[in-house]
Design a protein around this ligand. Structure first.
Ligand code: AMP
Ligand code: ZN
Length: 496
């Protein structure tokens, strides 16, 4: 197994990853609140955890990947008061809340598929686990760590901390500071302590999403769903829990408190948080008005966009920085990523087609072999160093140079052994396709036609029908492809 180190928000250190159960990893990632279209910022977080999932699978683990859908309980403002995000949208659009949920869950799935993000093993919903949330709330009341107040139930932070809880540890918040910061608007008068958070909320008469409970009609608090669902599918303590860093507090801090209180142990070994996608240094978010949707990106029809960008260009752009650094959106960065992606994709086409000749006698050049093998190792070292995709990609470019040299003949097959060639071929393809999820993107209009058109092109060239030759060349070009006339062969590639 590869020595994977991941940065644990809990210990504030990079730690060697060792799963609880040999070869099996339990991974939970907080999914979206499905009241709106997924924007590019959300996508960065889900792509980062896709890389983790893919890398764990690649190095031989079995992964139970749970990513939830929040379809109730997340209130506007992220606190304990106000309208439900989904309920509010349903009222605005005069639709059933479940119509909103269905529409945006579908959008979420479609977008992730376009960006080649693998689906999780389980995708539970908050509304599908109301019973578990009521049961957990009941048990927290029985344990004296939660209390009912006016039809709502709150988690009792003071008692939790007196019993050895460490509320604030994950996010590095100090209780006293939190208290001075909190203007107690949430649940005014109902809470014993302003920091207490809702496990269950009484539904106001106009609140449309509501369920019967021992405390009257209401709905679950936002943080509770993740505790109940991760516990149900991954157990008392599981390996990795992730989400965007904006979820550290209060969401994940509350998850830890509830789970420790309910199940008497820390729920998670490694907490991972992804950094934000920013626009001019500001977090990309719907509410700040600086977000854009994947569909706007593909069409290039947003004031912030100079041109259209494809899903793989955007994925490549995101992977060029490590998940813990901020990533600032800019047209220049995306254009550079587009160039880089096309180069890398050309390498994929080429290496898949190349075969080591069976009729040669190899006379391997030790320096060439070392460069190739070091670059392959470099990709793994990068991934093992807290999933540093930027480093892995830099080494892939070294491999790409070798692939291009073999392709053009400037590096003879004889100078590398058959074993090194097959290592190069296997590693380049599997690191790109399996680990990074980068694949070739043949324009739809050319899909399945390229080889046939190329054969026609060759024929027209031989018969000197240059008007036809130009026509085919033009068809490739308008699809962003290029016909390459080389000394001994003709091929096509992506225009870089
Ligand atoms: P939400 O639907 O707003 O709860 O967000 C879903 C996920 O996307 C959460 O894990 C957020 O942390 C993450 N997220 C939201 N905005 C951004 C951003 N600008 N960059 C990276 N991740 C984000
Ligand atoms: Zn969550």
């Amino acid at each position: 197994m590869q020595p994977l180190k991941i940065y644990n928000t809990l210990s504030r250190e990079k730690e060697l990853f060792t799963p609880i159960h040999e070869n099996h990893v339990g991974l939970y990632v907080c999914g979206p609140t499905v009241y709106n279209y997924v924007h590019l910022g959300n996508l960065r977080t889900f792509t980062s955890f896709d890389i983790l999932n893919r890398y764990l699978l690649h190095i031989g683990y079995k992964v139970r990947y749970v990513r939830n859908i929040t379809d109730v309980g997340h209130l506007v403002g992220d606190g304990d008061e106000g309208e439900d995000k989904i309920g509010k949208m349903a009222k605005l659009e005069k639709l059933e809340p479940m119509e909103i949920v269905h529409r945006f869950t579908q959008d979420f799935h479609q977008v992730l598929e376009k960006f080649n993000v693998l689906p999780p093993s389980i995708e539970p919903t908050a509304t599908g686990h109301i019973v578990e949330q009521i049961e957990t709330t009941k048990s927290l009341i029985e344990k004296g760590l939660a209390y009912e107040s006016n039809g709502s139930v709150y988690f009792d932070i003071e008692t939790y901390n007196k019993n050895g809880g460490n509320y604030g540890h994950l996010s590095g918040r100090v209780i006293e500071d939190l208290l001075t910061e909190t203007r107690d608007l949430d649940g005014v008068g109902e809470k014993r302590n302003p920091l207490d958070f809702a496990l269950w909320k009484k539904a106001a008469p106009e609140h449309i999403m509501r369920w019967p409970s021992p405390w009257g009609e209401g709905f679950p608090g936002w943080h509770l769903e993740c505790t109940c669902m991760s516990h149900k599918y991954l157990g008392d303590t599981f390996d990795i829990h992730g989400g965007g860093m904006d979820l550290k507090f209060p969401h994940h801090e509350c998850e830890i408190a509830q789970a420790k209180a309910a199940y008497d142990r820390a729920p998670v070994r490694y907490w991972m948080h992804t950094n934000m996608l920013t626009v001019n240094g500001q977090k990309m978010s719907k509410s700040l008005g600086n977000s854009f949707l994947p569909s706007e990106l593909f069409a290039g029809n947003h004031p912030l966009l100079d041109q259209a960008y494809s899903p793989m260009t955007v994925r490549f752009f995101m992977l060029q920085s490590q998940y813990r650094s901020t990533l600032d959106f800019s047209n220049d960065a995306l254009k550079a990523a587009q160039k880089g992606y096309k180069k890398i994709a050309n390498g994929l086409r080429i290496i898949k087609k190349l075969a080591y000749p069976s009729d040669i006698t190899a006379n391997p050049d030790a320096a060439q072999e070392k460069e190739i093998n070091d670059a392959i190792q470099g990709c793994y070292d990068g991934m093992n160093d807290d999933l540093n995709t930027a480093v892995a990609i830099a080494h892939l470019f070294t491999l790409l140079k070798k692939i291009n040299s073999i392709y053009t003949g400037s590096l003879a097959f004889e100078s590398i052994s058959a074993e090194t060639f097959s290592n190069l071929q296997r590693s380049y393809v599997s690191i790109l396709e399996d680990v990074l999820g980068i694949k070739e993107e043949v324009p739809a209009e050319m899909n399945g036609l390229t080889e046939e058109l190329l054969a026609l092109y060759k024929g027209f060239k031989e018969s000197r029908q240059y008007d036809k030759v130009d026509e085919i060349r033009g068809a490739f070009k308008s699809a962003g492809l290029l016909i390459k006339d080389m000394k001994n062969s003709i091929d096509w590639g992506y225009e870089e």
